[in-house]
Design a protein around this ligand. Sequence first.
Ligand code: HEM
Length: 357
Amino acid sequence: MDNKLELIKEMYDVKDDELSQRKEALKKLEPYLDEIFDLFYEKLSQKEQISQFLINVDLDELKEKQIKFLKYLLSKPFDEKLYTQISKVAITHYHIRLDPVFMSYGFHVLSESVLFQAKKESSLLPHLQLIIKYLKIAESIMDQEYFAQKNLENSPYRANGLFIAVNKLHMYYLEFLHDKESEEIKNRLEENIKELKKYRDILKEVGFDLSNIKRHYTLYFNDSNEANLAKLGVLINQPLYNLSTTSYLSITSSLMLLNSMTKIAYHEDMHLDLDVKEKMKSLILQNFGWAVEDIIFCKEEQEACDIIKMLEHNEEIFYLCIKVKDIANKLYVLESIDLLCENIKLSLFLKEKKKEK
Ligand code: HEM
């Protein structure tokens, strides 16, 4: 940040003793800010691509925010705090997907509106240069921060596809482990790997080499050799020893988990007439496929499992036992899966109670 601030100061020749001049300029500008922004919106609304950003927006509220921002820009020291404030506004515009070129056009229109006012009010004239200079500075920072935000969003850990891709990959792998010989699974795997191709780059960023994974699946199918199987396991599981990867996945899984729990609680989304065990399995795998090594339903507790829940459905008592992979963040993941299982258990219990009534 320090570097960026210094560069902007040098580019725009920002002097430390300029603050009192800026405050003076603001004093003269303040009585006209309302009119200036009215003209600003009038001009923006004439451009179709831009006016659509202002539909359904409370313009009085927006005007208030923009005036406050302009006052801040002209009355505060040029330091990190001001820079951060400007970046935050850039991020707001990034989220409404206002392209930098539209934003620049907005600054152009705002400068024109100030100029128009100065033609009517000569007391503004001596301050014009400084006001326009600070609008240019704000524009420049916003431009820069828009792209910084875009890069952040493109980082593999932020990419929305990463969770989907890793989760799918692991679900397919799990399915394969349960039935390594089936021709049907083999065909489905090939289809699934094809589908994952669009995520190849982000998977690679976090250590999954899709081509190599595919190669080892094929090698195993051609020659059911244990060494190929072991290598495949390493390729699929190794990235889960990386804390950054599992931290990202854990957070995303937890968000998905909240979503599932809300569905269970509010929409009673456990179609209990269908196979309840299948439903539970798919719920857990949709949220934590990447972390689960095995899901077993049995009549007796399986001691080697990490999570064991006793459940009751249609007067049948059974155990849901889950083995979690040996991964970074395992403790955290266990707690989250446990929470999901508790929720399923509660949901079943409530359904049974309802049936009794
Ligand atoms: C093409 C030009 C522009 C359009 C279409 C536009 C549109 C918007 C919209 C729709 C919002 C509300 C976003 C939200 O709350 O979800 C907003 C917020 C804001 N805009 Fe702009 N804007 C433009 C240019 C500017 C310029 C030139 C400035 C600088 C003076 C500015 C300063 C602000 C500020 C301070 C906020 C409030 C930010 C916040 O609450 O986080 N905008 N803008």
